[in-house]
Design a protein around this ligand. Sequence first.
Ligand code: DC
Length: 228
Amino acid sequence: MDKKITIAVDGYSSCGKGTLAKALAKSLGYIFIDSGAMYRAVTLAMLDRGVSADDVDGVVKLLPDLHISFRNNPDKDYYHTLLNGHDVEERIRSMEVNELVSPVSKIPDVRKFLVEQQKRLGKDKGVVMDGRDIGTVVFPDAELKIFMTARAEVRAERRLKELQQKGNTQVSYAQILENLNDRDLQDSTRSNSPLKAAPDAVIIDNSELSKDEQNALALKLAMDKIKS
Ligand code: DC
């Protein structure tokens, strides 16, 4: 039997990390974990309880009562995040959460709380996890680390199309572009686990690649590691 490896997929906002990570996990029969969804779930809990993102102690006090889990069915392309047993997949993708998730993910105790869970979820290998610090902090020993990037304008256009397909016509291209540039700046300049490529990561710029091309490239990288 082939050996199981750990695959870390990091990179900028909205550059298709999830798409690539899900495709890779499905092809390999691995578990897929969206670590960003976990930061989003904490942000949603904070909003629901009326706690402000500036109230660090208030946010930290919520953590012991938060249970984040996933219900995934790769065959049906179904990947949902549950917060205390409730399906919050749609709510964690709102613009309100988008705007507050970077400040929340800067809080050291929030990172500690989630990184411990992420390490536990990947302890048996056979996992593809996407995020910002997976190759640098969560799984520094991952056999394969991919760092994804694409031009901001390309990312904003893709995101706009995705939202429009879901029937969301409220958000403009300019708003999306501003939010992703702002999140990238906050995520890469924070002092705690900033977004950056691990020195041993393979960089994929998918500005000019189709989904099939990027997925094939990632699968080849994974198979090379699995067979080595
Ligand atoms: O992948 P995403 O866009 O859903 O992530 C949402 C936010 O969560 C992102 O702007 C920064 C934060 N995040 C993080 O700090 N570390 C991770 N491993 C994943 C996400």
